[in-house]
Design a protein around this ligand. Structure first.
Ligand code: ADP
Ligand code: MG
Length: 273
């Protein structure tokens, strides 16, 4: 019954043979001036999985998230979400297909309370709302009330509702990561990309984040997580995709990846070595 039965524990390059891939990246390429950040990267994320994306600093991990989520346009290659080609689409269009991402460095939230911060985001801005403000103000008000209630419920789910009226700038790094996660969930994503969710987060909050991520996965959300903290990612994700110099080096179980000599060498070599 186990789906991984009969499958190698380690692949040279990515395992593209996924039964039901919610995300597929094929031959992705991105250069900044002369610097090639992503070089023929391909991988697939199985629906229902927690897929880890690791690799040394500068390997191109965050750039891949930017390409997948529509923040950057690839020079070559394709991105498919739920079977729909979203290559070159705008972030809100990719979000409409069910893919939402968080940022390695949380966005600036100056002058906002946590509650207000929860209410901004590409997923919460229907194009016609400005016109509706004049044509059906009651409808707009009802939608606003609903959004506030949804935000409150989400803050409670993530056990940060006590922070709702605090200035967002007063939060610790870990609390901000929780707010980012809660806000991302307001869009009801099918697949959530998290870029270093526990970077700079204290162990207590890192543990809370781990539990929330596991809960979301049990509730049916597919996750693809970039993380530098090996202990954290190896305990949470399977499979692990290892990126090196812009392309996928190997993919496999945490146990196999952890001890693979090529992976060890990639981390020791660092970028450009
Ligand atoms: P990782 O997340 O794996 O640490 P990144 O994707 O952030 O790596 O970066 C990959 C490479 O691309 C790095 O050399 C980085 O300096 C470069 N890079 C990333 N974003 C930009 C950008 N917007 N402009 C120029 N270079 C960039
Ligand atoms: Mg990064």
């Amino acid at each position: 019954m186990s789906e991984s039965e009969g499958r190698p524990a380690l692949y040279d390059g990515p395992n593209l043979d996924k039964e039901d891939a919610v995300l597929r990246v094929d031959g992705l390429h991105k250069a900044f001036g002369g610097l090639v950040a992503v070089d023929d990267a391909s991988f697939a994320v199985e629906r229902g999985s927690i897929t880890g994306l690791i690799g040394p600093n500068g390997a191109g991990k965050s750039t891949i998230f930017n390409l997948v989520s529509g923040f950057y346009e690839p020079d070559a290659g394709t991105v498919t979400v739920n079977g729909t080609d979203v290559t070159g689409a705008e972030p809100h269009e990719v979000a409409d297909e069910g893919l939402i991402r968080t940022f390695q460095t949380p966005r600036k939230l100056e002058g906002m309370t946590v509650r207000e911060a929860m209410l901004v985001g590409p997923q919460r801005q229907p194009g016609e709302s400005f016109v509706k403000l004049f044509t059906s103000p009651d409808e707009v008000e009802a939608a606003e009330t609903r959004n506030i209630e949804d935000a409150q419920r989400m803050l409670e789910q993530f056990e940060i509702d006590h922070l709702a009226t605090q200035p967002a700038t007063d939060l610790s790094g870990g609390q901000l990561k929780l707010v980012e996660l809660a806000r991302a969930m307001l869009a009801e994503p099918e697949v959530l990309l998290l870029d270093e969710p526990v970077a700079g987060v204290n162990p207590t909050l890192a543990n809370a984040l781990r539990e929330h991520i596991a809960r979301l996965n049990e509730e049916g959300v597919t996750l693809c997580i970039i993380e530098h903290d090996m202990e954290f990612i190896m305990n949470l994700a399977d499979p692990i995709v290892v990126l090196d110099r812009g392309s996928v080096l190997v993919e496999g179980t945490p146990e196999e990846v952890r001890t693979d000599q090529r992976v060890v060498d990639a981390y020791l070599g660092g970028p450009g070595e």
